[in-house]
Design a protein around this ligand. Structure first.
Ligand SMILES: [Zn+2]
Ligand SMILES: [Zn+2]
Length: 206
């Protein structure tokens, strides 16, 4: 099967985002979703010097725990993520691989000293989730200012783009999803999962 697993990472209290996120993933990629908690060891990703969590390590654990009926996994974290060369990341994904992760941490208005806005946070999460999943289907950053695959350095950048792929990216998404379905059909169980782990050799992109 070709489920997209949506996995909470850390101690997320709110779950109002789960259903809208599942809908957005289904609508955008035409893939079914499963919301599950995985047995993750978040402490292993913690960098005490930076006070942040290594997103590559979280990705590794998510991919390793992905059940055979899953073609993709999207972790939704509440902790601050980083990769060594950057101060922080909103998320990270494998290009053409199984794994992606996005964090709510810097999507909250409160993080910037602004009043709480659940709707805005949800909108930001949907955009970041579709963006990261887009990478897993082989898409790289897009220069179209409205396209969800445009890279975001600041939260304002997320607010400026839409939650949709531009036409060119939508074409590539369709091709990527079709390839994913073919792979899921031809590979049985563990083989499929093995492919996903091997594709980790592709450098992750944020
Ligand atoms: Zn685009
Ligand atoms: Zn990106």
């Amino acid at each position: 099967m070709d489920y997209v697993y949506i996995v909470p990472v850390g101690s997320i209290r709110d779950d109002f985002w789960v259903e809208p996120l599942e809908h957005a993933v289904m609508r955008t990629f035409g893939l079914k979703t499963r919301y599950r908690r995985f047995d993750l060891d978040l402490a292993r990703a913690y960098d005490a010097r930076r006070g942040q969590y290594d997103s590559a390590e979280i990705l590794r654990q998510l991919i390793a725990a992905l059940p055979p009926d899953g073609c993709r996994v999207l972790g939704v974290a509440d902790v601050d993520l980083f990769i060594p060369i950057l101060t922080f990341v909103f998320g990270e994904a494998q290009l053409n691989g199984a794994g992606s992760v996005a964090s709510l941490h810097r999507l909250h208005n409160e993080y910037y000293g602004l009043p709480r806005d659940k709707h805005l946070m949800l909108e930001r999460l949907l955009k970041e989730a579709l963006h990261e999943l887009g990478h897993t289907f082989g898409l790289i950053h897009c220069h179209d200012p409205r396209c969800v695959l445009r890279s975001s350095t600041y939260v304002e950048d997320i607010d400026q783009k839409s939650a949709e792929f531009c036409e060119a990216c939508r074409e590539k998404v369709r091709a990527g999803v079709a390839a994913c379905r073919r792979q899921a059909r031809s590979a049985a169980g563990k083989t499929n999962r093995g492919n996903a782990v091997r594709s980790y050799d592709v450098p992750p992109i944020v």
